[in-house]
Design a protein around this ligand. Structure first.
Ligand code: SF4
Length: 235
């Protein structure tokens, strides 16, 4: 395993027009809890609606009945590879969600859970871009978020998330489980398994030892299996 992943360093990808993203460790704890409980993220979006302009397919579950009642049927289609009843809301040629009217979500009070869960701070947290060209507005926004670091632990935890994202991007072959190549899913996975890199960092600080990439991959796969198990247990 390289020093790059053992000695944790957070990479700053923000630009001059900073937006306060909050203290990193507090944000991380809240985000992990929001992700596991699917309770929606509390994001200070202000006037920004970049995600509604960014060519996203929005997943909507069959239990989101109030949302589904407000969206014309012709805008929805079955989501490939998903559970029965899950549908997708598409976007127009300009990448805009059809429910965005006069720059406002026309179904805001009953917007899909996917929209409620979306927090573009996951990208600067993981140190990765929102990716594709059609996400340029989100990329601009994410460059402005600026996390704060009230303690040394905040910096270490941020660096651990970024180390996890780098490992998942560069060494996916060592993880005996499917690693997503979609930027959102990759950033979320890095947030979920970053504890592995914190443990590695602590062990390295104490003894100077570093595990092999194979061992790191195994630990990540184990963390992923444990998360999947806790989801099954909660269902
Ligand atoms: S449903 Fe509303 S919040 Fe979701 S992408 Fe469309 S306009 Fe934006």
């Amino acid at each position: 395993m390289s020093d790059d992943l053992t000695l944790l360093r957070a990479v700053d990808i923000t630009d001059a027009q900073d937006l306060p993203a909050g203290g990193f460790s507090a944000w991380l704890r809240r985000t992990r809890s929001d992700l596991s409980e699917q309770k929606g993220a509390d994001v200070p979006c202000g006037e920004c609606n970049a995600c509604c302009h960014s060519s996203y397919f929005i997943h909507i579950g069959p239990d989101e009945t109030q949302t589904l009642a407000l969206i014309p049927e012709e805008l929805l289609f079955a989501a490939p590879g998903q559970a029965e009843g899950v549908v997708l809301l598409g976007y127009g040629e300009d990448g805009q969600c059809p429910m965005l009217v006069d720059e406002r979500c026309s179904i805001y009070e009953h917007r899909p859970q996917t929209c409620r869960n979306y927090d573009c701070r996951i990208f600067p947290a993981a140190g990765i871009a929102a990716a594709e060209d059609d996400k340029a507005l989100i990329t601009q926004r994410t460059r402005r978020w600026k996390f704060s670091y009230p303690s040394a632990d905040d910096r270490t935890e941020h660096a651990a998330v970024q180390a996890a994202a780098r490992f998942l991007q560069e060494r996916a072959e060592y993880v005996a489980d499917e690693v997503p190549n979609n930027a959102i899913q990759l950033a979320i996975l890095a947030i979920k398994v970053s504890g592995v890199f914190l443990q590695i960092h602590e062990a390295h600080e104490k003894s100077g030892t570093a595990p092999s990439d194979l061992d790191v991959g195994r630990r990540i796969a184990k963390a992923m299996a444990e998360m999947a198990g806790s989801v099954v247990a909660a269902e």
